[in-house]
Design a protein. Structure first.
Lengths: 288, 339
């Protein structure tokens, strides 16, 4: 039972980490390699709001998410917008920005394991007689809420529908008066905010360290590649596949191999089936 | 209507460039100097570098690092801008070359020269074979998969505790003298750069560029695209592995840092800054970046911030790079004309 419960939690955490990346790539074909950096940035901003500015925790979280969204918006407006369509430039530029953010934070003095966000409660619940702390339950809750929220947003709101339209057929959408640049900006901002959301629910489980940024980028890439880049259904399924694989590796093998599993998953998937395990979902209608 | 008269910049080849293009290049010393000048400046400059820097051993070392990074950058540039395979894993070539040389030297006791030579040839083969399954991939997919290769090597070496584990190898033989060390590397760099340029000017280079522009038409001509890519990968591997093997013998140790991210991102920065697609540009780029990062060494990770911002800035605002810009100024003059 342990495996089922903790594997499930691990999977939802992976989904949270990867969803922002998947959304941005799915909508505007922008590989946002600064994803991991935005994740760590939000964690530190929330930490600073709580411990330096003395804000109450919920306000700090909202503030940090706003900062993440703003960072994504700036990233798009200042950098990505100018090199849109040149895939390799997008990868290199966003990766460089991410590197600058992460190493900048390290230089600023955020290093070591001394920074941590408070958990919502220290209690422990016992679903199916397995002890699970409340923070992990929150991860699952936020993950579920995120899926429902995104589903509703992309189906019932005007901006969400525009995102889907651009993702399905950019030219046709532009002919109908949807601004590709505005949607791209919205997607990157939303994706960054999602990275931030993952950060504020997952970071309380451990401490905030710079290396998480690189790890999260690799995890997000692994999930998106295995699920098929740009396929949202694939992202969900792949995060469960990899989440359980990861948990089993940690439980029955050396924790060292956890990363090896992710990296191998990327390499093997790309070699054997570049469109991802759920590649047939890359057909236009189901991409969103 | 625009009130101001519209103007555009017109670029015209300099007369001397037009004259120097054909057999008339031999007509006078001026044309010869025009053609040979930049090349000689580059070659003589590099050959003179160890002599000039001899009084400062530290900067002498830095100059050699420039050459090592230059080689890795040229290998990236060749793959990215000539073959069309953007590899974010320059560190993979470097690390494989380094570890092969270290093994050859410590286990078999080969002298440095032989170990480096063999590590270059064999290491490049290993890299090409290991990466070959990914050759059908292109664009962002190839970039992602090559980014993962060096990371995977690090993690496997760490987790399985093979190849010396996190410690790596120590006590690798060094060079007999400072001068062999310096000139072996510089010769390697010059041979690599100009050899590759010569190779690209031949028919083989035409095929390689064709694969980048339109692989379908290459296939239609009955040439195996995968074969051409494999060959190109091997050539790029030669440069990267040579750099890695040489570096290991220079510093007499090797560890998992040989696969570090630095070695993947710095060559890209050097290429973008120096000018992609020129093969000489990346060397110029590393000539700027390596001393810059040495100067900033005291600031810790701030130097990574500086060069990643420089990289992003160049990608966004000046994607042609320094050498392409300089070549244009050298070969053409510009003037504003009214439209």
């Amino acid at each position: 039972m342990d495996i089922v419960i903790y594997g499930f939690i691990q999977s939802v955490a992976l989904l949270l980490m990867a969803f922002g990346f998947s959304l941005v790539y799915g909508v505007s074909r922008l590989p946002n390699f600064a994803h991991g950096a935005l994740y760590v940035l939000t964690g530190f901003v929330a930490w600073a709001f709580v411990n330096r500015a003395g804000w109450p925790y919920p306000l700090a979280v909202v503030g940090a998410l706003a900062v993440a969204g703003l960072a994504g918006l700036l990233l798009y407006q200042l950098v990505l917008k100018r090199i849109r369509g040149m895939e390799m430039s997008e990868v290199i530029a966003s990766y460089a920005i991410g590197l600058a953010i992460l190493e900048g934070l390290r230089w600023w003095g955020f290093r070591g394991g001394t920074h941590a966000l408070p958990t919502v409660s220290d209690g422990v619940a016992f679903p199916f007689d397995v002890p699970v702390d409340h923070q992990r339950l929150l991860v699952v809750g936020v993950g579920a809420a995120l899926l429902v929220g995104i589903w509703a947003y992309t189906r019932f709101s005007k901006a969400g529908l525009a995102l889907r339209a651009i993702a399905q057929d950019e030219r046709a959408a532009m002919m109908l008066g949807i601004d590709s640049d505005r949607t791209g900006m919205l997607a990157v901002a939303l994706g960054s905010a999602l990275a931030g959301l993952a950060a504020v629910v997952i970071f309380p489980l451990g401490s905030i360290v710079i290396e998480e940024g690189y790890k999260v980028l690799i995890y997000a890439l692994a999930v998106c590649v295995v699920g098929g880049l740009g396929s949202w259904v694939g992202t969900v399924l792949a995060s469960f596949l990899l989440g359980f694989a990861q948990y089993v590796t940690v439980a029955y093998g050396k924790p060292h191999y956890q990363m090896v599993v992710m990296l191998l998953a990327i390499v093997v998937t790309l070699v054997v089936r570049p469109s991802g395990l759920f590649g047939r979902q890359k057909s236009l209608e189901e991409r969103v | 209507m625009n009130a101001q008269p519209q103007r555009r910049k017109e670029r015209i080849d300099r007369g001397i460039k037009a004259r120097a293009e054909t057999i008339y290049a031999l007509s006078s010393l001026e044309e010869l100097a025009y053609l040979l000048g930049p090349r000689l400046l580059f070659i003589v400059g590099f050959l003179a570098l160890p002599l000039i820097l001899a009084p400062w051993p530290y900067w002498h070392r830095v100059a050699l690092s420039v050459c090592v990074l230059g080689l890795v950058s040229v290998s990236f540039d060749f793959l990215a801008n000539q073959v069309g395979l953007v590899s974010l894993g320059g560190a993979f070539f470097f690390g494989v070359g380094g570890y092969t040389a270290a093994l050859l030297n410590t286990a078999w006791g080969l002298p440095p020269v032989l170990a480096i030579g063999l590590a270059t040839v064999v290491g490049a083969g290993i890299c090409a074979v290991l990466i070959s399954p990914c050759l059908p991939l292109r664009g962002i997919y190839f970039a992602i998969v090559t980014l993962m290769y060096p990371l995977l090597m690090t993690r496997i070496i760490e987790a399985a505790d093979i190849l010396g584990g996190t410690e790596g190898f120590r006590g690798i033989a060094g060079f007999s003298s400072v001068w062999t060390e310096a000139y072996g590397l510089i010769l390697g760099l010059l041979v690599g750069v100009f050899g590759l340029r010569r190779y690209l000017a031949e028919d083989a280079g035409l095929v390689i560029r064709a694969v980048k522009e339109n692989d379908q038409s290459v296939r239609a001509s009955g040439i195996s695209v995968a074969g051409v890519r494999f060959k190109a990968l091997y050539l790029a591997g030669l440069l990267g592995c040579f750099a890695g093997a040489y570096y290991v013998h220079m510093y007499r140790s090797v560890g998992i840092s040989a696969f570090a991210l630095d070695l993947s991102i710095l060559p890209i920065a050097a290429t973008v800054i120096g000018g992609g697609g020129t093969l000489v540009g990346p060397v110029i780029g590393s000539l700027i970046l390596v001393p810059l990062s040495e100067v900033l060494r005291d600031f810790g990770s701030l130097r990574i911030v500086v060069y990643s911002l420089v990289l992003a800035g160049f990608v966004v605002f000046r994607s042609e790079g320094i050498l392409v810009f300089a070549a244009r100024k050298y070969q053409q003059f510009e003037r504003w004309v009214e439209v």
